[in-house]
Design a protein around this ligand. Structure first.
Ligand code: SF4
Length: 276
């Protein structure tokens, strides 16, 4: 049985009025007419973190983010949570319309739980077809990221990307017999300009992910967990910081990283002591 570590994980928002951290309940009862409370409520809820239990998504990401997120409560600007909410809404809609179909060889939101002694790995596959051997992950992405994934698929580096590794994690720890892994990208900023810039033919793109050895995924999980448990884990790589090859800027560090207390984070910093 896992032990709940209390007081960690995403716990609230950074208030647009004073940039100070607020617990969800404080925001939900706010009397200022600045944020839309129903939207805040739909986006934010603390999720429990258990010692020795790791999500596939955190295992394939940077150990530094894993450490910060597991050991420190964190707070996000409401604007930065919106894309996450859009992605969740899309997943819920797909599951709602398809999840109750009675073909039990094709399942949506299929939960996995895998023992990698002494750790437990958990996750949820968006869609799995046990007959054809397909695991599919839906992603609501910007045009830049979709194009980036397509380029990586073409030059053989998609398995160095977190999304490529995530699908391989689902395979290794949930359905090792899978023969096809696929990202289904829904491009949220598709328009005439982005279609032209990134040569997009449609608002959706399917990208196949190459399969890596299951042993590689086990080794990656162990290495990343052990790294995250160090006092100072290794620095995130440029790839993990979402380097823009044209500008050299680190897109994740600039505003998307949940680790606001990392010195490399480019958005507003806050003092965790100020939480109300
Ligand atoms: S801000 Fe950048 S360097 Fe710091 S944890 Fe996030 S991705 Fe890594």
């Amino acid at each position: 049985m896992s032990n709940l570590i209390e007081g960690v994980s995403w716990q609230g928002y950074l208030c647009p009025l004073d940039s100070k951290p607020k617990l969800f309940e404080t925001c939900f009862n706010c009397k200022h007419d600045v944020c839309d409370i129903p939207v805040l409520r739909s986006m934010g809820k603390p999720f429990p973190v258990y010692s020795n239990e790791y999500h596939v998504t955190e295992l394939v990401g940077p150990p530094l983010i894993m450490k910060f997120k597991r050991e420190n409560p964190y707070y996000m600007e409401p604007d930065n949570a919106l894309f996450m909410m859009i992605g969740t809404a899309v997943h819920e809609k797909i599951d709602r319309e398809n999840g109750s179909l009675t073909d039990f060889t094709k399942l949506h939101e299929y939960k996995i739980r895998y023992g990698l002694d002494p750790y437990t790995i958990v996750g949820t596959m968006d869609y799995v077809d046990f007959t054809s051997g397909l695991i599919q992950d839906y992603k609501c992405l910007g045009a830049w990221k979709t194009d980036d994934l397509r380029k990586k698929a073409l030059n053989g580096t998609l398995n160095e990307d977190e999304y490529g590794l995530q699908l391989n994690g689902y395979r290794a720890w949930g359905f090792p017999e899978a023969t096809q892994l696929r990202l289904h990208c829904i491009i949220r900023d598709y328009n005439g300009r982005t279609a032209g810039t990134y040569k997009l033919e449609s608002q959706q793109m399917r990208i196949n992910v190459p399969i890596v050895d299951n042993g590689y995924m086990d080794d990656l999980a162990r290495t990343n967990i052990e790294e995250s448990l160090k006092d100072v884990p290794r620095m995130c790589t440029p790839e993990q910081r979402w380097v823009n090859r044209k500008t050299g800027k680190f897109v994740r560090c600039a505003s998307f990283c949940p680790v606001r207390t990392c010195p490399n984070y480019g958005g507003p910093q806050y003092n965790p002591e100020d939480v109300t």
